[in-house]
Design a protein around this ligand. Structure first.
Ligand SMILES: [Mn+2]
Length: 352
């Protein structure tokens, strides 16, 4: 049993290369995918702080706004630049290194892509490569729970310094990408890293409260409005809820506010597939499919013109809620009946 953290040998060379690139860089732009999450933003905050300690000038330039509830992780607000502005354009043009975090795809960094097109890049990512991958140095490990786990390796191999932004940024990256340390991507290494971050000052209860403990009232009102729509199939294996466009409008909710709602039907005992129906403004219904492992919901969603992962997928179906819901529910109940006690189609990934 390995009781202390060691950088996995499979990525040691890539970590060393990343450390060297960062140590030699003088002007660095950090970026991540559109709608930065805790992993992208936390990893950026940690690297920004690490770069500050080496004397490099570093900036965060994201395709969409830095999440306001995570800006406490960044030491200096002025380091976060608006991608559409002239300062961002200038910093990207001067950069001798662009670090792309939590994705390796050009298409995922939106309008930042063209700004850094001819700059040397270092990708730090835990997703499989797509077909539009940045060229340049890559620190990639799909077995890492978060990009933040790889950033931890970089700081570890650099010998610190372990500033508040470093410890808290990496902690938030791991906490958010692992569903607060409960998804199947959690490994002993994740907990060893967390132990080290706590030794160096990270406070789980404080960081949890800052990230998750500030729920806007509209979210609870939404839950209140939506839970009465919960229905369960006769055999208990399929459960679903629906949200009308009117409810979303009346409460001033956006799709961000729906995060986690599908867990209410999904976590019911005996449920194999959970569905969330959301009526859109354009005469379509967005259907989210979640599987607890036995049913491949990627295949199910494909049957309705969508797709995704084996355990999480989605489809846009034309028609009203009243038309679409019974049709999809019927198809899913049928498919879930057809599946016996086979082996699970796949593990849940970090970002469903
Ligand atoms: Mn991630």
């Amino acid at each position: 049993v390995n009781r202390s953290y060691e950088i996995p040998s499979a990525r040691r060379a890539e970590v060393a290369q990343a450390v060297e690139l960062l140590a030699n860089a003088t002007k660095v732009v950090l970026t991540t995918h559109v709608n930065a999450d805790g992993d992208g933003a936390g990893s950026e905050a940690a690297l920004l702080s690490l770069l500050g300690s080496t004397g490099a000038e570093a900036w965060i330039v994201n395709p969409t706004a830095f999440p306001p509830h995570l800006s406490f992780l960044v030491e200096e607000d002025r380091r976060i630049l608006e991608a559409g502005g002239s300062e961002a354009r200038d910093r990207c043009r001067e950069a001798d290194l662009c670090v792309v975090l939590d994705t390796s795809e050009r298409s995922r960094v939106g309008r930042v892509g063209p700004l850094v097109a001819d700059r040397p890049t270092l990708v730090i990512d835990h997703h499989p490569p797509g077909n539009d991958t940045f060229e340049g140095a890559i620190l990639r490990d799909t077995s890492a729970a978060a990009a933040g786990e790889l950033v931890f390796d970089v700081v570890h191999a650099s010998g610190g310094p372990w500033s508040r932004s470093v410890t808290d940024g990496i902690y938030v990256a791991l906490m958010t990408d692992t569903g607060s340390f409960r998804f199947s991507n959690v490994t002993p290494a994740v907990h060893r890293i967390v132990a080290e971050l706590m030794d160096r000052g990270a406070s789980p209860d404080e960081l949890y409260r800052r990230v998750y403990g500030r729920v806007p009232l509209r979210r609870v009102r939404l839950l209140q409005a939506v839970l009465p729509s919960l229905q369960v199939s006769g055999d208990g294996r399929v459960a679903w809820i629906s949200i009308s466009g009117e409810t979303m409008r009346d409460l001033g909710c956006t799709s961000d506010d729906l995060e986690g709602i599908v867990d209410y039907p999904r976590e019911l005992e005996d449920v194999e597939v959970a569905l969330l129906f959301r009526e859109l403004e354009d005469g379509q219904v967005k259907v989210s499919f979640r599987s607890n492992g036995l049913v491949d919901v990627n295949m199910l969603a494909r049957g309705f013109g969508g797709g995704g992962h084996t355990r999480a997928s989605g489809a846009l179906v034309s028609g009203s809620l009243e038309e679409v819901q019974p049709r999809v529910v019927e198809g899913v109940i049928e498919a879930s009946r057809a599946v016996g006690n086979g082996s699970p189609p796949g593990e849940v990934s970090s970002e469903l």
